[in-house]
Structures are given as C-alpha cells and as structure tokens.
Ligand binder design. Structure first.
Ligand code: FES
Length: 82
C-alpha cells in the first residue's frame, strides 16, 4: 500500500469529552511504534454530525463509532495488517 491512510479524529465537544481527547495520542504512539508516519495522515475534525454514536473517527472517509483505545488499536492493526 503506497497511498496514505487518512485518519480523522472527531474533536467536537461530545466526542472530545467522551474519549477522543486521548485518541490522537494513542494513534500517534501506534504510528511511531510501527514506523508508519509515511503512510498516515492524521487530522482532527469538527463534529461529524453523529454525536450519539460517538466517539467517532473516520478512516479514509468511513465512519467508525464507539471508539475507545482497544477499538482504535484494532482498526489500526487491521488497516496496516500488523
Ligand atoms: S462531536 Fe463527534 S460527531 Fe459530534
């Protein structure tokens, strides 16, 4: 895979307070530990309009809901086949 994977972490107030404030760090640490910095674009976003199901992230535009550190680690592992 040569194209970068786009991670968008919702930092709207609902997702932020329900756990996403820690997710950027979790993702950053995973990227560092696995030398993935060339393969990932990591951004924060405003409210994705689906607060009820949050915390939310988007990976290449696909919404993932109910994110916690275990779920995000699973998504990262699947995405990069690690
Ligand atoms: S704050 Fe994340 S979807 Fe609204």
């Amino acid at each position: 895979m040569s194209e970068r994977v786009e991670f968008e972490v919702c930092l709207g107030s609902s997702c932020f307070s329900r756990g996403n404030k820690n997710m950027l760090k979790v993702i950053e640490d995973f990227i560092k530990e696995n030398n993935l910095s060339e393969r990932v674009n990591l951004n924060g976003s405003h409210c994705l309009g689906n607060c009820v199901k949050g915390p939310n992230i988007k990976v290449n535009g696909k919404l993932h809901s109910g994110i916690d550190r275990f779920k995000i680690t699973g998504i990262l592992r699947n995405t990069f086949d690690i």
